[in-house]
Design a protein around this ligand. Structure first.
Ligand code: FPP
Length: 234
């Protein structure tokens, strides 16, 4: 019943989860990775077609070199280790974000998982890495400018729907945004695609956001009356 087509998650609270347990922040990220695997499989089982997750923002490069290096190495290991599971589960992995200034070994691991899973059909996992929502709109604008100048795109064909084709991954609008970890803000995440999303905030830190909690968020969505600017129909 009324399963959202596209769910997005701001996976916040890994660091605090670890600090509250007297662990290093890196342990929080590692456990966040384990939670993500469970959520992705659960989403696929529920029939959710698109799952977007915020793995690393352009602003996360401001963190210590040690934490950035740890996260990048975790991502490479994650893409390599989880590849078989992801393929077996028929999940396609795509990425959103800028390659520059990502390390070559990170880019290679991204390309590899993207190519290996490209024909998978059940669910698309969009990993936002070195991602910023305003940057995405600026980059789309530059591509549109190029296409207009080269007669690839006609001005009258640019609409709010066709604009999606110019975003990093050509995905449908987001129906439900989940943010874990107590904060109530968008943090420059998928600004264009979130235009009519329902938003679910939870105090739970991401490493503890497992299947039951995810299903609670979906139930919250299912109880919403989505009118898209229209009035309620009887
Ligand atoms: C926010 O928590 C989380 C991140 C910056 C990274 C998210 C990464 C993962 C869940 C790891 C695995 C991801 C993939 C795609 C394999 P925070 O560090 O800002 O936590 P805090 O607000 O408590 O400090």
């Amino acid at each position: 019943m009324n399963i959202p087509n596209h769910v997005a998650i701001i996976m916040d609270g890994n660091g605090r989860w670890a600090e509250e347990r007297g662990l290093k922040r890196s342990e929080g990220h590692r456990n966040g990775g384990l939670a993500l695997e469970k959520i992705a499989l659960c989403a696929k089982e529920m029939g959710i077609k698109y799952l977007s997750v915020y793995a690393f923002s352009t602003d996360n490069f401001k963190r210590s070199k040690e934490e950035v290096d740890y996260l990048m190495n975790l991502l490479i290991k994650y893409f390599k280790d989880k590849l078989l599971t992801i393929c077996k589960e028929d999940i396609k992995v795509v990425f959103s974000g800028r390659y520059n200034p990502l390390r070559n070994d990170v880019i290679n691991a991204m390309e590899s998982i993207k190519n290996t899973t490209k024909d998978n059909k059940k669910c698309t996992l969009n990993i936002c890495l070195n991602y910023g929502g305003q940057e995405e709109i600026v980059d789309a604008t530059l591509k549109i400018h190029y296409d207009l100048n080269n007669n690839i795109l006609k001005e009258e064909d640019l609409t709010r729907d066709t604009f999606y084709h110019y975003l990093y991954a050509d995905l449908p609008p987001i129906d439900l945004l989940i943010r874990t970890g107590k904060e109530h803000r968008l943090s420059n995440f998928m600004l264009y695609q979130l235009f009519y999303a329902e938003i679910y905030f939870t105090d739970v830190y991401f490493p503890d956001f497992l299947e039951t909690k995810f299903k609670e968020a979906i139930t919250y969505y299912q109880n919403k009356d989505r009118r898209f600017g229209n009035v309620k129909s009887n």
